[in-house]
Design a protein around this ligand. Structure first.
Ligand SMILES: Cc1ncc(COP(=O)(O)O)c(C=O)c1O
Length: 463
């Protein structure tokens, strides 16, 4: 029984009862709380503890967020100092020093002429902002019909109505239809399930996948398409990296049809793939970057849209205004923490550490290929997906019932009990996702691999 069953709220209610009665979990099948409310109470370094004292390695950095690990008092101290000096002021017609300094810092890391930063409170708002900016930009260019967006199948871009329209997961969208019109989908870069004749030729597959984006633009009519939204490594579906040449070709396509390229780096930025911005790892220059999660390592919420000088230019003069904003966007405390977070990145050479250790992470996870249930190990940097299959040779996947039994019925709890917090996901084919804090090294990779080995062997025996 969890300690929440024994502890009480300030109003005297057993805490797990209060959770059941009042707390609405995000993306949570609420009935699972009837049994138990998993309650995490503490984090230190690479580990977290639940309310029974059970210790787990944080294999997902919370939710792709805690880049520098838990319990960094330095970041907490910065938050406290800023809240004492100026707890809040909006960026509506006014500025504050941390927002200015952070905007300059982000622009310094961003490639090309991506110099203009619009702060939000999270990733979905950054995506929403990017689509709105694209629409207004094209109107200001005298092309009001350019409002549509192309994104990829199974990709997740957020939950607000615009960002959800860009999201490519049908089951997640259906309850909220009709959504924002004009959001169209193209194939993603899942080579493991790509056309059979291209599976062993990443370059040809990359060309094929990029050409699907061109096809979507042409089908919709280039004069109606505002932007393409792509993650450097697609999260949903289980970490699909970009094949060689893919982004080069996508950039070429966007230039040919005068379509903006948005690099959605809500997960991939801030060292997750290697560099502060993953487009720099992959060698392309987008027109906009959306980012959030790792910017403060989770010590305070913030997100941002970073736009090119070209996109900002029409807003730089006269009465032209981007009528868009969020009360808490660029919050002074969050901006201060983000600056301190980036200072630690530099001091501790975090991006070098990721570059050096990412191949070790890959090799460690690839050891799991000797298990019959492991079909594919894929990803980049500190961001990996392990696809589970019924038959390695044929790549046969699990049906919905089996997937339900495997992921929800067994794996999620078994991994938790064995001391690994990570994600068992079936938004595409069943995968386990790993994105540990960027300060992890070979010892933590081994710990993760050992736990996975035990639990996945047991899962196979269960089938
Ligand atoms: C690529 C991508 N875009 C947008 C979002 C939405 O971010 P948020 O949950 O901060 O709104 C996410 C969240 O996981 C994401 O992975």
């Amino acid at each position: 029984m969890s300690r929440a069953a024994h502890s009480v709220t300030p109003l005297g209610t057993p805490r797990d009862d209060a959770a059941r009665r009042h707390l609405w979990g995000h993306f949570t099948r609420q009935s699972t709380w009837d049994r138990e409310v998993p309650t995490i109470v503490r984090g230190e370094g690479h580990h977290i503890w639940d309310d029974t004292g059970h210790r787990l390695i944080d294999g997902l950095s919370g939710l792709f967020v805690v880049q520098l690990g838990h319990g960094r008092t330095e970041l907490a101290d910065v938050a406290r100092a800023q809240a004492t000096e100026l707890a809040f002021f909006p960026l509506w017609s006014y500025a504050h020093p941390n927002a200015i300094d952070l905007a300059e810092r982000l622009a310094q890391h961003a490639p090309g002429d991506l110099n203009r930063v619009f702060f939000t409170t999270g990733g979905g708002e950054a995506v929403e902002t990017a689509w709105k900016l694209a629409k207004q930009y094209w109107k200001l260019q005298g092309q009001p019909a350019k409002y549509k967006v192309i994104s990829r199948a199974i990709a997740y871009h957020g939950t607000t109505q615009g960002a959800l329209s860009i999201t490519g997961i049908p089951g997640m969208k259906a309850p909220f239809e009709p959504l924002v019109p004009g959001a169209h989908k193209a194939a993603n870069t899942n080579i493991y399930r790509g056309p059979a004749d291209l599976r062993n030729d990443p370059k040809a597959f990359g060309r094929w996948a990029a050409d699907r984006i061109e096809e979507a633009i042409v089908l919709e009519g280039p004069e109606t398409v505002a932007a393409v939204f792509l993650e450097p490594v697609q999260n949903s579906g289980g970490c699909f990296p970009a094949p060689p040449g893919y982004f080069e070709r996508v950039r070429e396509i966007c230039d040919t049809y005068d379509v903006l390229l948005v690099s959605d780096e809500v997960i991939c930025a801030f060292g997750r793939i290697g560099e502060i911005f993953a487009c720099n790892d992959l060698g392309y220059v987008p027109d906009m970057i959306t980012c959030a999660k790792g910017m403060t390592s989770g010590y305070s919420p913030i997100g941002a849209l970073i736009a090119s000088d070209r996109l900002f230019e029409p807003f730089s003069k006269g009465s032209t205004t981007f009528y868009h904003g969020y009360t808490f966007g660029g919050h002074p405390v969050s901006a201060a923490v983000a600056l301190a977070n980036l200072a630690i990145f530099e001091r501790e050479r975090i991006t070098d550490h990721v570059h050096q250790n990412a191949p070790v992470f890959r090799r460690t996870l690839e050891k799991l290929y000797d298990l019959p249930i492991v079909g594919d190990v894929r990803g980049e940097g500190y961001f990996y997906g392990i696809e589970l299959v019924k038959d390695k040779t044929t790549r046969e996947t699990f049906d919905d019932d089996e997937s339900e039994r495997l992921l929800r019925g067994f794996l999620s709890k078994a991994l938790f009990d064995a001391g690994l917090y990570c994600r068992a996901d079936d938004r595409g084919d069943p995968v386990i996702q790993l994105a540990p804090p960027l300060t992890c090294g070979p010892a933590e990779f081994d710990e993760i691999e050992q736990i996975l080995r035990g639990v996945l062997s047991e899962a196979w025996a269960h089938l």
